[in-house]
Write a protein that binds this ligand. Structure first.
Ligand code: GLY
Length: 323
Protein backbone atom coordinates (compact mmCIF):
# COMPACT_ATOMS: atom_id res chain seq x y z
CA UNK A 1 0.00 0.00 0.00
CA UNK A 2 1.41 3.41 -0.96
CA UNK A 3 2.19 5.92 1.76
CA UNK A 4 -0.38 8.24 0.15
CA UNK A 5 -3.07 5.60 0.45
CA UNK A 6 -2.03 4.76 3.94
CA UNK A 7 -2.20 8.44 4.88
CA UNK A 8 -5.68 8.72 3.39
CA UNK A 9 -6.98 5.75 5.32
CA UNK A 10 -5.63 7.16 8.55
CA UNK A 11 -6.90 10.67 7.98
CA UNK A 12 -10.30 9.71 6.64
CA UNK A 13 -11.15 6.84 8.85
CA UNK A 14 -9.27 7.16 12.08
CA UNK A 15 -9.31 10.94 12.53
CA UNK A 16 -12.95 11.15 11.46
CA UNK A 17 -13.76 8.36 13.88
CA UNK A 18 -16.27 6.86 11.50
CA UNK A 19 -14.90 3.36 11.54
CA UNK A 20 -11.85 1.41 12.51
CA UNK A 21 -8.95 0.83 10.16
CA UNK A 22 -9.42 -2.90 10.71
CA UNK A 23 -12.70 -2.73 8.78
CA UNK A 24 -10.91 -1.15 5.87
CA UNK A 25 -7.98 -3.52 5.93
CA UNK A 26 -10.48 -6.34 5.49
CA UNK A 27 -11.79 -4.85 2.24
CA UNK A 28 -11.50 -7.20 -0.72
CA UNK A 29 -8.62 -6.06 -2.90
CA UNK A 30 -9.41 -6.42 -6.56
CA UNK A 31 -6.19 -6.23 -8.54
CA UNK A 32 -6.43 -3.50 -11.20
CA UNK A 33 -6.14 -4.77 -14.73
CA UNK A 34 -5.40 -2.79 -17.86
CA UNK A 35 -8.81 -3.71 -19.27
CA UNK A 36 -11.40 -4.48 -16.57
CA UNK A 37 -14.03 -7.06 -17.33
CA UNK A 38 -17.61 -5.90 -17.79
CA UNK A 39 -19.13 -4.86 -14.50
CA UNK A 40 -22.52 -3.69 -13.24
CA UNK A 41 -23.20 -2.40 -9.75
CA UNK A 42 -26.46 -1.04 -8.39
CA UNK A 43 -28.20 -0.07 -5.20
CA UNK A 44 -30.41 -2.33 -3.07
CA UNK A 45 -31.65 -5.84 -3.61
CA UNK A 46 -33.70 -4.92 -6.68
CA UNK A 47 -30.26 -4.39 -8.18
CA UNK A 48 -29.99 -8.16 -8.69
CA UNK A 49 -32.60 -8.42 -11.50
CA UNK A 50 -31.57 -5.00 -12.77
CA UNK A 51 -27.91 -6.06 -12.98
CA UNK A 52 -28.94 -9.23 -14.79
CA UNK A 53 -30.70 -7.24 -17.52
CA UNK A 54 -27.78 -4.83 -17.78
CA UNK A 55 -25.18 -7.61 -17.98
CA UNK A 56 -27.12 -9.32 -20.78
CA UNK A 57 -26.58 -6.15 -22.81
CA UNK A 58 -22.86 -6.02 -21.95
CA UNK A 59 -22.30 -9.70 -22.72
CA UNK A 60 -23.68 -9.15 -26.21
CA UNK A 61 -21.11 -6.39 -26.68
CA UNK A 62 -23.58 -3.58 -25.95
CA UNK A 63 -22.57 -0.24 -24.50
CA UNK A 64 -22.55 0.64 -20.81
CA UNK A 65 -25.14 3.29 -21.65
CA UNK A 66 -27.56 0.75 -23.15
CA UNK A 67 -26.85 -1.55 -20.21
CA UNK A 68 -27.67 0.91 -17.43
CA UNK A 69 -30.84 2.04 -19.19
CA UNK A 70 -32.03 -1.56 -19.68
CA UNK A 71 -31.06 -2.41 -16.09
CA UNK A 72 -32.94 0.32 -14.25
CA UNK A 73 -35.98 -0.07 -16.53
CA UNK A 74 -36.60 -3.42 -14.81
CA UNK A 75 -37.10 -1.65 -11.47
CA UNK A 76 -39.05 1.25 -12.97
CA UNK A 77 -41.61 -1.25 -14.31
CA UNK A 78 -41.81 -3.30 -11.11
CA UNK A 79 -44.93 -2.37 -9.10
CA UNK A 80 -43.51 -3.99 -5.96
CA UNK A 81 -40.84 -1.34 -5.53
CA UNK A 82 -42.46 1.59 -3.70
CA UNK A 83 -39.76 4.15 -4.40
CA UNK A 84 -39.03 3.81 -8.12
CA UNK A 85 -41.36 4.23 -11.12
CA UNK A 86 -44.59 2.22 -11.19
CA UNK A 87 -45.80 1.67 -7.63
CA UNK A 88 -43.68 4.48 -6.24
CA UNK A 89 -45.25 6.27 -3.29
CA UNK A 90 -46.78 9.59 -4.32
CA UNK A 91 -46.27 13.12 -3.01
CA UNK A 92 -48.42 14.70 -0.28
CA UNK A 93 -51.21 15.32 -2.79
CA UNK A 94 -51.23 11.76 -4.09
CA UNK A 95 -49.33 12.39 -7.36
CA UNK A 96 -46.48 10.07 -8.33
CA UNK A 97 -43.64 12.25 -9.62
CA UNK A 98 -40.41 10.77 -10.91
CA UNK A 99 -36.80 11.95 -11.14
CA UNK A 100 -34.11 10.31 -13.30
CA UNK A 101 -30.72 10.95 -14.85
CA UNK A 102 -28.32 9.19 -17.18
CA UNK A 103 -24.70 9.91 -18.12
CA UNK A 104 -22.37 8.32 -20.65
CA UNK A 105 -18.63 7.90 -21.18
CA UNK A 106 -18.40 11.08 -23.23
CA UNK A 107 -19.71 13.17 -20.34
CA UNK A 108 -23.06 13.63 -22.09
CA UNK A 109 -26.02 13.58 -19.75
CA UNK A 110 -29.77 14.04 -19.57
CA UNK A 111 -32.34 14.20 -16.79
CA UNK A 112 -35.99 14.68 -15.95
CA UNK A 113 -37.53 15.88 -12.71
CA UNK A 114 -41.05 15.85 -11.33
CA UNK A 115 -42.20 13.82 -14.34
CA UNK A 116 -45.65 12.25 -14.12
CA UNK A 117 -47.51 9.47 -15.95
CA UNK A 118 -44.43 7.99 -17.60
CA UNK A 119 -43.31 4.41 -17.01
CA UNK A 120 -39.68 4.89 -17.99
CA UNK A 121 -38.30 8.26 -16.91
CA UNK A 122 -34.78 6.96 -17.56
CA UNK A 123 -35.56 6.67 -21.28
CA UNK A 124 -36.97 10.20 -21.31
CA UNK A 125 -33.76 11.36 -19.58
CA UNK A 126 -31.78 9.63 -22.32
CA UNK A 127 -33.91 11.34 -24.96
CA UNK A 128 -33.16 14.71 -23.32
CA UNK A 129 -29.46 13.84 -23.65
CA UNK A 130 -29.61 12.56 -27.22
CA UNK A 131 -32.35 14.64 -28.82
CA UNK A 132 -31.99 18.09 -27.27
CA UNK A 133 -29.19 20.50 -26.42
CA UNK A 134 -30.36 20.54 -22.81
CA UNK A 135 -29.63 18.51 -19.70
CA UNK A 136 -32.77 18.74 -17.54
CA UNK A 137 -36.49 18.98 -18.32
CA UNK A 138 -39.05 19.25 -15.54
CA UNK A 139 -42.72 18.85 -14.71
CA UNK A 140 -45.54 19.16 -17.22
CA UNK A 141 -43.23 20.26 -20.01
CA UNK A 142 -41.11 17.16 -19.50
CA UNK A 143 -44.29 15.11 -19.81
CA UNK A 144 -45.19 17.00 -23.03
CA UNK A 145 -41.71 16.19 -24.36
CA UNK A 146 -42.20 12.51 -23.49
CA UNK A 147 -45.64 12.53 -25.09
CA UNK A 148 -44.26 14.05 -28.30
CA UNK A 149 -41.72 11.23 -28.46
CA UNK A 150 -44.47 8.63 -28.07
CA UNK A 151 -43.99 7.63 -24.44
CA UNK A 152 -47.50 6.48 -23.47
CA UNK A 153 -49.42 8.06 -20.60
CA UNK A 154 -49.36 5.56 -17.74
CA UNK A 155 -51.06 5.56 -14.36
CA UNK A 156 -48.23 4.90 -11.90
CA UNK A 157 -50.27 4.99 -8.67
CA UNK A 158 -50.87 1.39 -7.67
CA UNK A 159 -53.57 0.32 -5.22
CA UNK A 160 -50.90 -0.39 -2.58
CA UNK A 161 -49.32 3.04 -2.96
CA UNK A 162 -52.71 4.76 -2.87
CA UNK A 163 -53.66 2.94 0.32
CA UNK A 164 -50.33 3.89 1.95
CA UNK A 165 -50.80 7.52 0.91
CA UNK A 166 -54.36 7.64 2.29
CA UNK A 167 -53.15 6.23 5.59
CA UNK A 168 -50.29 8.73 5.74
CA UNK A 169 -52.64 11.59 4.89
CA UNK A 170 -55.08 10.68 7.62
CA UNK A 171 -52.24 10.80 10.16
CA UNK A 172 -50.38 13.87 8.93
CA UNK A 173 -51.37 17.50 8.53
CA UNK A 174 -50.70 18.94 5.08
CA UNK A 175 -47.02 19.78 4.34
CA UNK A 176 -45.72 17.96 7.36
CA UNK A 177 -42.66 16.18 6.07
CA UNK A 178 -42.51 12.48 6.50
CA UNK A 179 -39.25 11.41 8.02
CA UNK A 180 -37.12 9.51 5.58
CA UNK A 181 -35.89 6.04 6.27
CA UNK A 182 -34.56 3.11 4.33
CA UNK A 183 -37.98 1.52 3.93
CA UNK A 184 -39.35 4.40 1.87
CA UNK A 185 -36.31 5.76 0.12
CA UNK A 186 -34.54 3.28 -2.06
CA UNK A 187 -33.59 4.84 -5.37
CA UNK A 188 -31.89 2.65 -7.95
CA UNK A 189 -28.51 4.00 -8.97
CA UNK A 190 -26.54 1.85 -11.41
CA UNK A 191 -23.00 2.09 -12.78
CA UNK A 192 -21.49 -0.07 -15.52
CA UNK A 193 -18.29 -0.74 -17.43
CA UNK A 194 -18.63 -2.28 -20.89
CA UNK A 195 -16.28 -4.55 -22.85
CA UNK A 196 -14.62 -1.48 -24.36
CA UNK A 197 -13.82 -0.23 -20.85
CA UNK A 198 -16.29 2.66 -21.10
CA UNK A 199 -18.35 3.80 -18.11
CA UNK A 200 -21.97 4.97 -17.83
CA UNK A 201 -24.51 5.46 -15.07
CA UNK A 202 -28.23 5.82 -14.45
CA UNK A 203 -30.29 6.86 -11.46
CA UNK A 204 -34.10 6.79 -11.12
CA UNK A 205 -36.57 7.27 -8.28
CA UNK A 206 -40.00 8.41 -7.17
CA UNK A 207 -38.17 10.20 -4.37
CA UNK A 208 -39.16 10.93 -0.82
CA UNK A 209 -42.50 9.30 -0.01
CA UNK A 210 -45.29 11.86 0.53
CA UNK A 211 -42.92 14.71 -0.27
CA UNK A 212 -43.97 18.32 -0.58
CA UNK A 213 -45.37 18.58 -4.13
CA UNK A 214 -42.71 19.91 -6.47
CA UNK A 215 -39.85 18.51 -4.39
CA UNK A 216 -36.93 17.23 -6.46
CA UNK A 217 -34.16 15.14 -4.95
CA UNK A 218 -30.60 14.37 -5.94
CA UNK A 219 -31.31 11.68 -8.53
CA UNK A 220 -31.83 13.99 -11.54
CA UNK A 221 -29.12 16.42 -10.46
CA UNK A 222 -25.93 15.64 -12.35
CA UNK A 223 -23.06 15.63 -9.86
CA UNK A 224 -25.37 14.87 -6.93
CA UNK A 225 -27.20 11.59 -7.54
CA UNK A 226 -24.99 10.55 -10.45
CA UNK A 227 -21.68 11.43 -12.04
CA UNK A 228 -19.47 9.71 -14.62
CA UNK A 229 -15.98 10.67 -15.77
CA UNK A 230 -14.67 8.07 -18.16
CA UNK A 231 -11.04 8.88 -17.29
CA UNK A 232 -11.58 8.32 -13.58
CA UNK A 233 -14.74 6.54 -12.47
CA UNK A 234 -18.39 6.97 -11.61
CA UNK A 235 -20.59 7.35 -8.56
CA UNK A 236 -24.26 7.27 -7.63
CA UNK A 237 -26.34 7.84 -4.51
CA UNK A 238 -29.41 6.66 -2.64
CA UNK A 239 -31.11 8.04 0.44
CA UNK A 240 -31.94 11.56 1.53
CA UNK A 241 -31.27 13.52 -1.62
CA UNK A 242 -31.15 16.91 0.06
CA UNK A 243 -27.97 15.91 1.90
CA UNK A 244 -26.43 14.48 -1.28
CA UNK A 245 -27.14 17.70 -3.17
CA UNK A 246 -25.53 19.81 -0.41
CA UNK A 247 -22.15 18.11 -0.88
CA UNK A 248 -22.39 17.47 -4.66
CA UNK A 249 -21.96 13.87 -3.57
CA UNK A 250 -21.31 11.92 -6.76
CA UNK A 251 -19.10 14.60 -8.28
CA UNK A 252 -17.17 14.81 -5.02
CA UNK A 253 -16.53 11.07 -5.03
CA UNK A 254 -15.28 11.08 -8.63
CA UNK A 255 -12.99 14.03 -7.89
CA UNK A 256 -11.61 12.25 -4.82
CA UNK A 257 -10.89 9.20 -6.97
CA UNK A 258 -9.09 11.49 -9.41
CA UNK A 259 -6.88 12.54 -6.48
CA UNK A 260 -5.99 8.93 -5.71
CA UNK A 261 -8.70 7.75 -3.33
CA UNK A 262 -10.01 4.26 -3.91
CA UNK A 263 -13.77 4.03 -4.63
CA UNK A 264 -14.43 2.95 -1.05
CA UNK A 265 -12.23 5.67 0.44
CA UNK A 266 -14.00 8.29 -1.67
CA UNK A 267 -17.43 7.06 -0.53
CA UNK A 268 -16.25 7.10 3.09
CA UNK A 269 -15.12 10.72 2.78
CA UNK A 270 -18.43 11.80 1.21
CA UNK A 271 -20.35 10.13 4.03
CA UNK A 272 -18.01 11.72 6.60
CA UNK A 273 -18.94 15.16 5.24
CA UNK A 274 -22.66 14.39 5.41
CA UNK A 275 -22.39 13.10 8.96
CA UNK A 276 -20.35 16.14 10.01
CA UNK A 277 -23.10 18.42 8.72
CA UNK A 278 -25.78 16.42 10.52
CA UNK A 279 -24.70 15.76 14.10
CA UNK A 280 -27.26 14.01 16.25
CA UNK A 281 -29.23 12.53 13.37
CA UNK A 282 -28.62 8.78 13.63
CA UNK A 283 -31.69 8.08 11.51
CA UNK A 284 -30.34 9.97 8.48
CA UNK A 285 -29.70 7.58 5.60
CA UNK A 286 -27.48 8.19 2.59
CA UNK A 287 -25.57 5.52 0.69
CA UNK A 288 -23.05 5.85 -2.14
CA UNK A 289 -21.68 3.45 -4.75
CA UNK A 290 -18.56 4.12 -6.81
CA UNK A 291 -16.41 2.38 -9.39
CA UNK A 292 -13.11 3.36 -10.90
CA UNK A 293 -11.65 2.85 -14.33
CA UNK A 294 -9.74 -0.23 -13.13
CA UNK A 295 -12.98 -2.01 -12.24
CA UNK A 296 -12.64 -1.58 -8.47
CA UNK A 297 -15.79 -0.73 -6.57
CA UNK A 298 -16.69 0.86 -3.27
CA UNK A 299 -19.80 1.43 -1.18
CA UNK A 300 -20.46 3.25 2.06
CA UNK A 301 -23.49 4.52 3.98
CA UNK A 302 -24.38 6.65 6.98
CA UNK A 303 -25.89 3.66 8.79
CA UNK A 304 -26.52 -0.04 8.55
CA UNK A 305 -28.99 -1.68 6.21
CA UNK A 306 -27.53 -0.54 2.89
CA UNK A 307 -27.38 -3.31 0.30
CA UNK A 308 -25.96 -3.26 -3.18
CA UNK A 309 -25.73 -5.75 -6.02
CA UNK A 310 -22.50 -6.37 -7.92
CA UNK A 311 -22.31 -8.38 -11.16
CA UNK A 312 -18.68 -9.06 -12.03
CA UNK A 313 -16.64 -12.11 -13.03
CA UNK A 314 -19.82 -14.09 -13.92
CA UNK A 315 -21.36 -13.58 -10.46
CA UNK A 316 -24.34 -11.39 -9.54
CA UNK A 317 -24.30 -11.04 -5.76
CA UNK A 318 -25.84 -8.93 -3.03
CA UNK A 319 -23.50 -7.25 -0.52
CA UNK A 320 -24.03 -5.37 2.73
CA UNK A 321 -22.69 -1.83 2.49
CA UNK A 322 -20.25 -0.75 5.17
CA UNK A 323 -21.10 2.20 7.38
N1 GLY B 1 -32.22 9.87 -3.37
C1 GLY B 1 -33.48 10.07 -3.91
C2 GLY B 1 -34.20 11.23 -3.41
O1 GLY B 1 -33.86 11.80 -2.40
O2 GLY B 1 -35.16 11.61 -4.04
Amino acid sequence: MSSRRSFLEKSILTAAGLMTTSRVSSLPKIPPTTQPSALVISTWNFGIPANKAAMEVLQKGGSALDAVEAGVMIVEADPISTSVGLGGFPDAEGDVTLDASIMNHEGQCGAVACLQHTLHPISVARAVMERTSHVLLVGEKARDFAHDLGFPKTNLLTKTAKTAWKEWKSNNPKWRQYSTDISNHDTIGMLAIDQQGNLSGACTTSGWAFKVPGRVGDSPIIGAGLYVDNEVGAATATGTGEEVIKICGSFLIVELMRQGYSPEEACVEAIRRIKKRNPGKPELFVGFLAINKAGEHGAFATKDGFEYALFQHEENKLFQGRY
